[in-house]
Design a protein around this ligand. Structure first.
Ligand code: MAN
Length: 350
């Protein structure tokens, strides 16, 4: 499989990010949506931050306060036996039925632009910052889809109500209009197709069932991008291989001569996140034509294996640029990396 990591990887790291607040420390910049806009590549990156702490036993979790338009801080002592800190991403309450009580950081969305796809100029301020009560723990993993002259950004919003999916529209990456919660809890990894198919919009989604089964990729339809229906399973996990535990859409589907190409993430029994591909029917995207048996990329570089969270390749955006496919992915929940391939090479490998 002909796919090359950029030799300057990781191309964006925490050191490149100005914190959004003087008391904050950046813990990651990762999982970026990507699109070409005005001949430049625009990334919508997830930036995670925590409140600085002078005591190494205390984690200060920022929580957006919608009413006051301010940030509250939950100070948690890592010696507190009521909590479980084994997953660096979350703080769990022992014996609780919930997956977690707090996230260890709060994320927002930051724009970065580049004319060569490798060297990025990163905004000093957030573009989309947690605002309403569904976003108080942060907003994560943006994906961008261009439809006609507008850019639609989907992202996961995390709060005490769970994880929902939001949709935001922009024409210029300067002002943003929220179109509300498009999928209720728990859903994430939503990518919208770049054009209507038989007059309907389509999206890949990732609902999570609490009762049975594993998190897998679904497909939904809409007349107006706001209300979605005809939800059905598109692709499931496969036992004993790299995508056996969960799968989720990665980049918004790319139109090719053979079908819609979807680069997705799959998680194995050890919690390793790798990237694979699905090929969907052009006229009926609910039909899978092909699926990669082996991952197209799996974590093997230092920055993918040893980040904030180990062994993660998490693609959220890919653009056709200079006759190649530039795939932007989060590495180790810590930095942004670039892999370059071509649509033909990926199609041939599936
Ligand atoms: C979840 C999400 C992602 C993250 C991966 C790996 O799927 O929270 O944002 O990159 O886990 O930690």
């Amino acid at each position: 499989m002909n796919i090359k990591r950029c030799r300057l990887n990781p191309i964006i790291t925490c050191r490149d990010i100005v914190p959004s607040h003087e008391n904050f420390e950046v813990t990651g910049v990762f999982n970026p949506g990507a699109v070409v806009y005005n001949n430049e590549i625009v990334l919508a990156a997830r930036v995670s931050e925590k409140v600085k702490s002078s005591d190494q036993n205390i984690i200060n979790v920022p929580i957006a306060n919608e009413k006051e338009n301010s940030i509250d801080v939950a100070s948690i002592d890592i010696r507190d036996k009521r909590y479980d800190f084994t997953d660096p991403r979350v703080i769990k309450r022992q014996e609780s039925h919930s997956d977690f009580e707090y996230l260890t950081s709060m994320s927002h969305i930051r724009i970065a632009k580049s004319s060569d796809g490798v060297n990025f100029k990163i905004d000093e301020n957030p573009s989309i910052f947690p605002g309403d009560k569904y976003e108080s723990f942060g907003i994560e993993d943006p994906r961008i889809t261009r439809i006609d002259q507008s850019y639609y950004i989907t992202y996961s919003a995390v709060s005490k109500y769970g994880i929902v999916v939001k949709l935001v529209k922009t024409q210029d990456f300067k002002s943003y209009k929220s179109l509300g919660n498009i999928f209720s809890t728990e859903n994430k990894d939503v990518v919208i197709f770049p054009e209507r198919i038989k007059e309907k919009y389509f999206a890949l989604t990732r609902p999570v069932s609490k009762s049975t089964g594993k998190p897998v990729i679904w497909i939904s339809e809409s007349q107006n991008l706001a209300e979605w229906g005809n939800h059905r399973v598109l692709a499931s996990t496969r036992d004993n291989i790299w995508d056996s535990c969960k799968i989720g859409a990665g980049v918004p589907p790319i139109k090719t001569k053979e079908g819609w190409l979807e680069l997705y993430h799959g998680v194995d029994e050890c919690g390793k996140y790798s990237m694979g591909a699905l090929l969907l029917d052009l006229k009926d995207p609910g039909k899978v034509i092909k699926r990669s048996l082996l991952p197209i990329m799996e974590p093997c570089e230092e920055y993918e294996k040893n980040g904030f969270f180990e062994n993660v390749i998490f693609p959220c955006g890919a653009v056709e640029f200079n006759e190649k496919l530039y795939i932007y992915y989060g590495a180790g929940d810590n930095s942004i990396a670039l892999a370059i391939s071509s649509i033909d090479d990926i199609l041939n490998s599936i």
